[in-house]
Ligand binder design. Structure first.
Ligand code: FAD
Length: 626
């Protein structure tokens, strides 16, 4: 039965994580009819898994914090490749977005004097992460869902249909429809029944999260196959910075069934330290030149920082994630790893059992249940895991608009905000700030646009595409996914080399035809093999964009480390690699990173800027004239 369910709305939001829900709230508040679609169950998204917290310079725990300091930290973390305007808006608006969540009913942990508590995290100068134990994402999603329900009830009370704010879960979007350079709708299927759906909408917000499932060892769950990235590319939008993938330094490494599952950075923020198999606290040997002024080079100073941050430098365990992941990788490679190929993360010898259980309840539970380790008594074994992609859809900083009219993007699927490396906690705040903006501008776009019509022919073509795996006589989708994960893990992972990246591109190219011929068996109801078959082409196009950009960028920066081109090159700092699709093939072009305004440049010391920028760039900063 190829019957297609037809729906329409003003603003279609694809993805029901934090970015999607915040966008939906805003678009509905602007009076638009909204449909929110999610691939998994409503409430299950990466956002719900976020543990540590949301970064916002509220200054509750250290009054010296403000948006300028947060902006500086974000740019440093991203090695100055960030879209500065996004980083500026993010730092300025994050506190309001957190406060607003409390007005929606969220309840963050408190300081002794009743303010929202904030915790330390890597790369953040002051305690900045608003949190709820180590289950912050759960509170964020719960609150936004509750807000959606209350908006539906408002509609009902006003005699309007609940259909003005619909949530459709367990539904995957496989195609966007466009006409004349603008979006006009989307096509997908209900996972439970396999039934098709076409939705006409003049404005679409992509909020589909990341690509982590293209790697075998990952903290990401099954639905993160780069769908939004690929949908945007196929619709004519562009992706930037795809070479920058964040390998979180601390994933579980043992037992094999749980390899990759995240161990929150809060363990280090709350006092945990990394040790090698010699018992050495090794991070002191890995502080890069650019960070020497901010990080302690001895354990005594590092430990004093927890109680006296104003007079001591930070522990090197709290360096940005790319630095810590590379250090762990190097220790293991040098033969100082644990039995299972990780390093030790020890909080047991540093904090009381009571403190650990109170601050890190999920971690305590996770290790007990999955690894039979009591983290209040023994160290954890940890190692890098693919966690987040900095690259994503190129958007306008203020409006989140992509290059395709009516197509907006927010959250992890968008690119630019985090430059070459995201700081922990900056994603939850990113998706609140830009989710709101996406909803607002998508609603405005819908107000000015005509209601689009979808043609029978284009829907029929989408149906045919979706059903193709059933007619093929090729390979099993799981075998193909495994092959792609192996290529990415082996050749496009945490440490990269030109020759290996070329090899990756050759091996990926050999997969293209096999993926086009992937086969699904069985019926359409609850058929995960078929679903994966449809996801594979998305993973493929993202993997190719990543490998191409990683080969092109012959320097090392943030989440992109080239063993054959170590060190940052100031000329590369000025360049974004932009991917588009031309006749189905990924094409890369170079584009200038927008130059920071003199006011923002003036927030940094010139000596610091000189480590990243060419003299012409940093000498234009106002501090030079003073
Ligand atoms: P997500 O929350 O990932 O949601 C994406 C949505 O899109 C889902 O509803 C999914 O079903 C849907 N979707 C995907 N494809 C399709 C499709 N084709 N059709 C329809 N729907 C689709 N960040 C922090 O700032 N602080 C933290 O403490 C933190 N901890 C983390 C812990 C873990 C274990 C993980 C994995 C990530 C963590 N992060 C953290 C990162 C952060 O959680 C994510 O980057 C962020 O939640 C992404 O939000 P999002 O709204 O962009 O997308």
């Amino acid at each position: 039965i190829n019957e297609v369910e037809h729906l329409s709305c003003d603003v279609l939001v694809i993805g029901a994580g934090g970015a999607g829900l915040r966008a939906a709230v805003e678009a509905r508040l602007a009076g638009k009819s909204v449909i929110v679609i999610s691939k998994s169950l409503f409430g299950k998204a990466h956002t719900v898994m976020a543990e540590g917290g949301a970064a916002a310079a509220m200054g509750n725990v250290n009054a010296n914090d403000n948006w300028q300091v947060h902006f500086r930290d974000t740019m440093r973390g991203g090695k100055f490749l960030n879209n500065y305007r996004m980083a500026e808006l993010h730092a300025q608006e994050a506190p309001d977005r957190i406060w607003e969540l409390e007005t929606y009913g969220a309840l963050f942990d408190r300081t002794a004097d009743g303010r929202i508590s904030q915790r330390n995290f890597g790369g953040h100068e002051y305690p900045r992460l608003a949190h709820v134990g180590d289950r912050t994402g759960l509170e964020l999603i719960r609150t936004l869902q509750q807000k959606l329900v209350s908006l539906q009830q408002d509609d009902e009370a006003a005699g309007e249909s609940r259909d003005r704010l619909q949530v459709i879960d367990e539904t995957t979007i496989t195609e966007l429809f466009t006409a004349g350079g603008a979006v006009k709708g989307a096509f997908g299927y209900r996972r439970g029944t396999g039934r098709f759906m076409a939705i006409a909408a003049p404005a679409i917000v992509l909020a589909t999260g990341g690509i982590g499932r293209s790697f075998k060892v990952t903290s990401n769950s099954w639905e993160y196959t780069g769908d939004g990235h690929a949908l945007a590319l196929r619709a004519g939008a562009k992706l930037i910075n795809m070479e920058f993938i964040q390998f979180h330094p601390t994933g579980m490494v043992w037992p094999p069934s749980v390899r990759g599952i995240l161990v929150t950075e809060s363990v280090r923020g709350d006092g945990g330290v990394l040790k090698n198999s010699d018992g050495e606290r090794f991070m002191f040997g890995y502080i890069p030149e650019v960070f020497k002024a901010q990080y302690a080079d001895n354990p005594d100073e590092a430990d004093r920082w927890y109680t006296d941050p104003d007079h001591n430098r930070r522990p090197p365990e709290l360096l940005p994630r790319d630095e810590v992941a590379r250090a762990i990788n190097a220790e293991v490679k040098a033969g100082r790893g644990t039995e299972h190929g990780g390093v030790y993360l020890d909080i047991a010898s540093r904090r009381s059992a009571e403190y650990i259980r109170e601050r890190l309840p999920s971690m305590h539970h996770q290790f007990k249940e999955l690894a039979d380790v009591d983290i209040t008594a023994a160290p954890m074994e940890v190692g890098p895991t693919c966690h987040y992609i900095m690259g994503g859809i190129e958007v306008d900083a203020d409006t989140t608009a992509s290059a395709v009219a009516g197509l907006f993007a927010a959250g992890e699927v968008s690119g630019g905000m985090h430059g070459s490396n995201r700081l922990g906690g900056n994603s939850l705040s990113d998706l609140l700030v830009f989710g709101k903006r996406a909803g607002e501008y998508a609603a405005a776009h819908a107000s000015a646009a005509e209601s689009p019509k979808l043609s029978e022919a284009e829907i029929a073509a989408a149906v045919e595409d979706a059903l193709r795996p059933f007619g093929n006589d090729g390979e099993n989708p799981y075998a193909l996914q495994d092959a792609m994960q192996q290529i990415n893990g082996r050749l496009v992972g945490i440490i990269r080399r030109a020759g290996e990246l070329e090899e990756a591109l050759t091996e990926l190219a050999a997969l293209e035809e096999r993926i086009a011929n992937v086969t699904a068996i069985g019926g359409r109801a609850y058929n995960p093999g078929w679903h994966l078959a449809l996801d594979l082409r998305n993973m493929y196009v993202c993997s190719v964009a990543t490998a191409m950009a990683a080969l092109e960028r012959d320097e090392s920066r943030g989440g992109h480390t080239r063993e054959d081109a170590p060190g940052m090159d100031p000329q590369w700092r000025k360049v974004n690699l932009v991917a588009s699709l031309e006749d189905g093939a990924v094409r890369l072009e170079r584009k200038a990173v927008p130059a920071m305004t003199p006011e923002l440049l003036g927030l940094f010391e010139q000596t610091e800027l000189s480590k990243y920028m060419t003299p012409e760039e940093y000498q234009s900063s106002p501090t030079e004239e003073e």
